[in-house]
Write a protein that binds this ligand. Structure first.
Ligand SMILES: *Cc1c(COP(=O)(O)O)cnc(C)c1O
Length: 422
């Protein structure tokens, strides 16, 4: 029996499902997960010494590839000064200054430890600020495992066949209005009905947890306008897109200013970090200035700040976005051409370093279309690619990521593997 299988058997006795986050269990594609013993650049090395080109990139954070020497050095330097202070530290001020500098809508920022904490606090803050209870979210958007947001939540949740989690009180779920993405009329109707009760709209500006969906022209501006008209808060969940598509996230790329922004993933450089930022007059509603409570024993942790600051500074100073877009285009075009030659219907939405494979005749513009695409085709391609040393995310509802460590040669190998897999 191989090492991964041995570890998984033991893990299943000790950890629910053998994993500490559900999608890692391969339930959506079948089979059992490999275990990784180390990672470097664009590659993972499994417990059985197989090398894989990695398009999961630790689900987003590893935009510089794995084990980047600069990030490793920054952590080592911070480590020599202590792992946690429990008082304010200089790195937190540096991080805040950096985020305020690069993310257009952010005037003040509060650090936390995960994307989930960021969206949870954003919702509480929006409710506290507006004195309203209801929120609008969109089907297929995932905002972490927050009670009120685990409704039609995409990703891991749909992979397991239950878009709505057990254990969420119906009184909480009732406060969440779920609408289809890319449909402004639906949002407008919800406001007509509940306008005075809606605290906020929360949206992944480019939904990336049910594959990858891009907005129709004018859609996000439409959300901004409706929030303005009804004095509701617009929350961009840029946990996935922030710092990935441009240093300032989707809000910078398309020039729309949300009131609050949830951040995570890349912001921690591979360590656990999240952040909530936005307009000062809203952010000042947070404790200790305001009545909305939010806290964290390890928030602003010096090791995590060191890794995150280094990750963000490299992006700001080296701006690798064009290079990432080039490899993204090579892959997307390659996948589409190969599928076309073989007469297999395939959609490959791609923007910058994000792409996904939908086995579908038509472009995907919302969650219902995403779940109607052919998952069996994805499953079979996933396993064949893995066999050939290419690790795609183990679910067709996930986005593939490219890092600055991925080369044209990696892309070439990936396309060769794809050609012989479909
Ligand atoms: C991953 C993700 C989250 C949750 O972040 P965690 O760090 O896993 O809690 C929230 N929103 C989006 C858009 C995400 O992709």
């Amino acid at each position: 029996m191989n090492q991964s299988l041995k570890l998984f058997e033991k893990a299943q006795k000790l950890i629910p499902g053998g994993v500490n986050s559900p999608v890692r269990a391969f339930r959506s594609v079948g089979g059992s997960p490999f275990f990784t013993k180390k990672a470097s650049g664009s590659r993972l090395t499994t417990a059985d010494d197989k090398e894989l080109i990695d398009y999961v990139c630790t689900w987003g954070p590893a935009i510089h590839g794995h084990d980047h020497p600069k990030i490793r050095e920054a952590i080592a330097e911070a480590l020599a000064k202590g792992t946690s202070f429990g008082t304010p530290g200089p790195a937190e001020v540096e991080m805040a200054e950096l985020i305020v500098e690069v993310v257009p809508s952010v005037e003040k920022v509060r650090m936390c430890n995960s994307g989930t904490e960021a969206t949870m606090s954003a919702i509480r803050l929006a409710r506290g600020f507006t004195g309203r209870d209801k929120i609008i979210k969109f089907a297929g958007c995932y905002h972490g495992h927050v009670d009120s947001l685990l409704v039609k939540a995409g990703s891991g949740a749909i992979t397991l066949g239950n878009p709505d989690s057990a254990g969420v009180p119906s009184s909480v779920a009732e406060q969440t209005i779920v609408l289809p993405y890319n449909d402004l009329t639906a949002v407008s109707e919800a406001f007509s009905k509940h306008g005075q009760e809606i605290a906020a709209i929360i949206v992944e500006p480019y939904p990336a947890n049910c594959g990858l969906i891009l907005p129709h022209e004018g859609y996000l501006q439409g959300l901004r306008d409706l929030c303005n008209q009804h004095q509701s808060i617009l929350i961009f969940d840029e946990v996935m897109t922030g710092f990935r598509l441009s240093i300032g996230g989707v809000q910078q790329s398309i020039g729309i200013t949300p009131d609050l922004t949830a951040m995570g993933k890349i912001i921690g450089g591979g360590l656990p970090v999240g952040a909530l930022g936005g307009k000062a007059k809203i952010m000042d509603f947070l404790a200790p200035l305001g009545p909305v409570y939010q806290a964290g024993t390890l928030s602003g942790n010096p090791l995590a700040m060191a890794a995150g600051i280094t990750s963000l500074k490299m992006l700001r100073d080296e701006s690798p976005y064009e290079k990432l877009e080039t490899i993204g285009k090579t892959l997307a075009t390659g996948f589409k051409d190969i599928a076309k030659t073989k007469g297999i219907p395939l959609q490959v939405p791609q923007t910058g370093s994000m792409y996904c494979l939908y086995f579908s005749e038509k472009p995907i513009t919302n969650f219902d279309q995403a779940i109607a695409s052919k998952h069996d085709s994805f499953k079979s391609v996933f396993h064949k690619m893995l066999e050939k040393g290419i690790y795609l995310p183990p679910s067709s509802y996930e986005t593939c990521f490219i890092s600055t460590a991925h080369t044209e040669k990696d892309a070439e190998k990936t396309l060769e593997a794809f050609e012989s897999s479909i």
